[in-house]
Write a protein that binds this ligand. Structure first.
Ligand code: AGP
Length: 624
């Protein structure tokens, strides 16, 4: 997915665009560009690499401009290059635009435009949109010429854009400028988010709110099939069919400190250390000692509806899919409800027999993951009630689900998800408690669990104290080429999540397995340079896991154990041990993942990897 920014107002635009792009660089970072209008001339700068490279190219003349657009790219069509970087021009430069999304029918449209004489400079699908708009602009010359006032001109140009995007199949978040009408930004949205920030005689546009933190506290979410004409003093929102609509203004609850490094070397490290607070925020206002249960305001399903639920499907991608696996154990153990966990990218095309009393949860940090959105829509099409567990207020999935639970974990900038994961697990723990108390859990059961949940932030804080010890362990293994991560029961998903963290930021191959499963093949991988990370806090299957650890040691494999404080056995066998505080098994996934996050982080730093912007990745995958 890409980052989009725009500004129109009294201030010099160039630095505002660059600052916004720096905030959004986590969304995609292989190339970037800006276009500004100054003295009636469109000035464009584009660069491969990071925003720093782009900033070096900005010319002084661009610094006088007060309207412009910018883009940071995660390549979907066409390799990272200056030619493929946005903004792209349409026609002979009368249109310039930036785009987030994927146009599926771009090849056919490109061929038709080329047959009409349009000359392409890039391999991107985006440039097709720019030329389509130029074509429609030429066709609408009569309307634009006879338009008398600025409003009529804006309406005519919005119609030009509406006609153009009507030919597209796919998704788009667009920001468009016209060379001959240099005081207005035009936005259009279908499937890729756009938010408009409202200031005093100025407006901002961005693909997510993190770019607007500290610039405004009032935002408008553009919805699908909506268009906007934006000047320094006006904001007109139109719907494809319904024409002008009254737009709702929402509060932007993020401040600058949420999106700044605040003294940490990387956002990922900051967000790892934020977890005592972010988990506390997820639970805030949702734990009721009086009722001995969790309470939620946004499920939009009555206790009776929820009592009638006979089966739950949890669908997600990546790290969120791992929290879904934790949720499976939680709902089964606490609420005795059968659960299926489905990869969203698979569920959207499968047709599993599902009874009407099946409730579907979509779990997603960003609320914009294309596969998860598609799976949600498929489940709604089949008539199932849907709930979202999401971190971004107003995101597409949060809005399209029938109800849900916001994580309130604050913006997660690091591409590798950390605090969102533990907040997802905490939300699922509260939901499982809630469902269990609707069924068979007693008040005293509930009170005990509420007390345990209340202690979570301090338990996480204690686990974080192992940071420097983990850093020393990382030094011993940072040059290994393969890792195994092993855990059982509640900590099998933890093993999967630890492996993914290492893979995605250090580029080391790592696999997570149920600990017992390694005997059925993966143990063949074990040698003295293949560490096995055992997630083994005490529990009813501790002895079985210890046996698996001894089987690895017997074959010369080094072992790193994540174990419970006070465990005096594991240190006699494992090569390295990281202790975590004692919590009941149902909450272990939230605490046992902390040292795994830190291990991945320190190994990646030792290997010189770009922790916050790992190669080939983007923060939210809005393409399929
Ligand atoms: C997590 O570390 C990854 N960056 C990735 O797997 C992510 O969890 C996945 O893309 C799902 O994103 P979402 O939670 O925003 O839907």
């Amino acid at each position: 997915m890409c980052g989009i920014v725009g500004y129109v107002g009294p201030r010099p635009v160039t630095e505002l665009l660059l600052d916004g792009l720096r905030r959004l660089e986590y969304r995609g970072y292989d190339s970037s560009g800006i276009a500004v209008m100054t003295d009636g001339t469109m000035r464009i700068s584009r660069a491969v690499g990071r925003i720093a490279q782009l900033a070096e190219q900005v010319e002084p003349t661009q610094c006088r401009a007060t309207i412009g657009i910018g883009h940071t790219r995660w390549a979907t069509h066409g390799r990272p290059s200056e030619e493929n970087a946005h903004p792209h021009l349409g026609g002979t430069g009368e249109v310039v635009l930036v785009h987030n999304g994927v146009i599926e029918n771009y090849r056919d449209l490109k061929a038709k435009l080329q047959a009409k004489g349009f000359v392409f400079q890039s391999e991107t699908d985006t440039e097709v949109i720019a030329h389509l708009i130029a074509e429609q602009l030429h066709a609408a010359q009569a309307e634009t010429k006879k338009a008398t006032g600025p409003e009529q001109i804006r309406d005519a140009l919005l119609e030009v854009i509406r006609r153009s995007v009507a030919q597209l199949r796919g998704t788009y978040g667009l920001l468009v400028m016209f060379r001959d009408w240099p005081d207005t930004l035009f936005a259009a949205r279908l499937g890729s988010p756009l938010v408009i920030g409202i200031g005093a005689k100025e407006h901002f546009v961005a693909s997510d709110g993190s770019a607007l933190a500290g610039k405004t506290d009032k935002i408008v979410y553009l919805a699908d099939h909506q268009f906007a004409a934006i000047t320094n003093e006006s904001l007109d929102v139109h719907h494809r069919e319904d024409g002008v609509i009254n737009h709702d203004v929402h509060a932007l609850n993020w401040d600058v400190t949420d999106v700044e490094l605040s003294g940490y070397d990387h956002y990922m490290l900051k967000e790892i250390h934020e977890q005592p607070e972010s988990v506390a925020n997820t639970m805030r206002g949702r734990l009721s000692e009086e009722e001995g249960t969790a309470v939620f305001g946004g499920l939009n399903l009555s206790p009776k509806d929820l009592r009638d639920v006979k089966r739950i499907v949890l669908t997600a991608c990546g790290t969120s899919w791992h929290s879904a696996l934790v949720g499976e154990y939680l709902f089964e153990e606490l609420a005795h409800i059968p659960v299926e966990v489905e990869y969203a990218s698979e569920l959207r095309y499968r047709n599993p027999p599902m009874s009407d009393d099946t409730l579907v949860f979509a779990i997603t940090q960003s609320g914009e993951t294309a596969d998860t959105l598609a799976a949600l829509r498929e489940m709604k099409r089949k008539g199932h009630p849907t709930l979202a567990i999401c971190n971004v207020v107003g995101s597409t999935i949060a809005k399209e689900a029938d109800g849900g639970v916001y994580l309130h974990a604050g913006p997660e900038i690091g591409v590798a998800s950390t605090k969102a994961y533990t907040s997802q697990c905490a939300a699922l723990a509260m939901l499982a408690l809630y469902f269990g108390r609707l069924r068979h859990l007693s008040y005293s059961d509930g009170r005990k669990m509420i007390d345990q949940l209340r202690q979570l932030p301090s338990k996480i804080e204690q686990a974080l104290q192992a940071d420097q010890h983990v850093k020393q362990i990382a030094k011993r293994y940072s040059d290994c080429g393969n890792f195994l991560y092993l855990g059982r029961h509640f900590n099998f998903p933890t093993a999967l999540e630890g492996a993914l963290k290492l893979k995605e930021i250090s580029y080391i191959h790592a696999e997570g397995y149920p600990a017992a499963e390694m005997k059925h093949g993966p143990i063949a991988l074990v040698d003295e340079r293949t560490p096995s990370v055992f997630v083994m806090p005490r529990g009813f299957i501790y002895d079985k896991v210890m046996s698996n650890l001894e089987e690895i040691k017997a074959r010369g494999g080094p072992v790193i154990a994540i174990a419970e404080e006070g465990d005096d056995r594991v240190g006699q066998i494992a090569d390295d041990v990281v202790f975590i505080p004692q919590v009941d098994e149902w909450l272990q996934p939230i605490v046992s993942v902390i040292p795994l996050q830190l291990l991945a982080y320190h190994i990646a730093v030792l290997r010189g990897c770009d922790v916050d912007k790992p190669r080939n990745l983007a923060k939210s995958v809005t393409v399929e």
